[in-house]
Design a protein around this ligand. Structure first.
Ligand code: NZQ
Ligand code: ZN
Length: 386
């Protein structure tokens, strides 16, 4: 096992009817900017719950943060923060609203020329404006981590940011919010969380027995609850397990002391930036070809995953490893998620070259757990996914 340090300061408030606890978490003298997305919270009752809980707190609102939070929209919110002397941010939404809020938390205290530098120059945020979240969509884990991904439509870019100053102070996780989530987003959430675990697990053995079993247990739980959540999002038992799996998949715990990959996300983000494909679906497109292309370096963990998670008993280690890739792809299909780029766009010709070019320009020349995935290899993987 590798050496590691672990600190996660986010307070989680989990369970039924917990949104009413909001008031206890926000300083009484704060001036709060309530941030939300395209309006789902106004249809499902979450907005009313938040407003009722914050009746005694000074509040300004900013709605309209789109899925794949857009830089141009966020700069409008930044103006509001400055003009209204906001001191505290509250995200009510899924990963997009929470990520957008993290960007604002960083940008509000940023002293450089333009806040875009935070993304383009990869500037870590040591201290941001304090913020909390009310999670409405389990998927990203953003509610308990310090990362964010921001899109800029103008340049078709989607870049990551983060730093120890960007953990939410608290996150409220009421699994009842799942009841109103459309099937497409439920499937996305399951596939995204599943892939987060794979990115931190599907590398090579390093003797981290507990981390392996943490990861496998999250995968097994997601496989078990997926059909239940999709069939009946009001099933509280399934919903609560789904929600906690998504948070645990990316709150930092399972990646401590182990190598991680994250190439699937790096490539996937480009597919969202270029074609607007839902984040989770880009991952399902890349995973099968990424694992086949890197089979030799990943096959030990693939076989272990096949045996322990998919209960594959027949065949040699190599056969089990291959079977595990097929089972993973079949799982995405069962969720209703297509796994080829051509399922999403007819204009995919040249995509692989474009992504390889972008990675080269950015100096991303050594991705993956072995730092050996060069842009020419990325190009081959994307072509395999056409
Ligand atoms: O905008 P509204 O109207 O709220 O509707 C949203 C949105 O259209 C809707 N929704 C959310 N909660 C709902 C609901 N509809 C009905 N009932 C509810 N309770 O769902 C749609 C998608 O929301 P979004 O926040 O975009 O989804 P998700 O949570 O999957 O977030 C995706 C974003 O997170 C980034 C992705 O790249 C993408 O930009 N990621 C962030 C990560 C992180 N910070 O750690 C890691 C991830 O790998 C990912 O990259
Ligand atoms: Zn993801």
């Amino acid at each position: 096992m590798n050496n590691f340090e672990f600190k996660n300061p986010t307070k989680i408030i989990f369970g039924k009817d917990t949104i009413e606890k909001l008031e206890n978490e926000i300083p009484k003298n704060a001036k709060v900017l309530l941030l939300y997305g395209g309006g789902s919270i106004k249809k499902n009752g979450i907005y009313e719950q938040v407003k009722a809980a914050l009746a005694n707190i000074e509040l300004v609102e900013f709605g309209g943060i789109p899925a794949n939070p857009e830089y141009a929209v966020l700069t409008e919110a930044l103006e509001v923060i400055k003009n209204e002397n906001i001191t505290y941010l509250l995200a009510v939404g899924g990963g997009s609203v929470i990520d957008g809020t993290k960007f604002l938390s960083a940008a509000a205290l940023f002293e450089g020329d333009t806040p875009w530098d935070i993304l383009s120059k990869n500037i870590r945020t040591e201290k941001g404006m304090p913020f909390g979240t009310v999670l409405t969509l389990p998927a990203t884990g953003s509610e308990m981590n310090s990362g964010a991904v921001i899109t800029r439509a103008e340049t078709k870019e989607k870049l990551s940011m983060g730093g120890p100053g960007l953990f939410p102070e608290f996150s409220i996780l009421d699994p009842q919010v799942i009841a109103s989530i459309p099937q497409r987003q439920l499937a996305n959430g399951i596939a995204d969380a599943f892939t987060h675990v794979l990115e931190q697990y599907m590398t090579y053995p390093i003797g981290a027995l507990l981390q392996d079993r943490f990861a496998e247990s999250i995968l097994q739980t997601l496989i078990e609850i997926a059909p239940k959540v999709l069939k009946d999002p009001t099933d509280y038992k399934a919903a609560s397990n789904f929600m906690w799996c998504c948070t645990m998949a990316l709150n930092g715990l399972i990646q401590k002391g182990v190598p991680t990959d994250w190439a699937v996300h790096a490539i996937g983000h480009e597919l969202t930036a270029l074609y607007g494909i839902d984040h989770a679906r880009t991952l399902a497109v890349i995973i099968p070809s990424h694992y086949k292309f890197n089979f030799e370096t990943k096959k030990q963990k693939l076989a272990q995953y096949g045996e322990r998670v998919w209960k594959i008993k027949e065949g040699s280690k190599d056969e089990k490893a291959y079977d595990a890739i097929d089972k993973t792809e079949a799982f995405f299909h069962k969720l209703g998620i297509d796994t080829k780029l051509s399922d999403y766009t007819d204009e995919h010709k040249g995509t692989a070259e474009e992504i390889a070019k972008r990675f080269t320009t950015r100096g991303w020349i050594a991705l993956g757990e072995h730092k050996s995935l060069s842009p020419d290899k990325v190009e081959k993987i994307v072509k395999m996914a056409y």
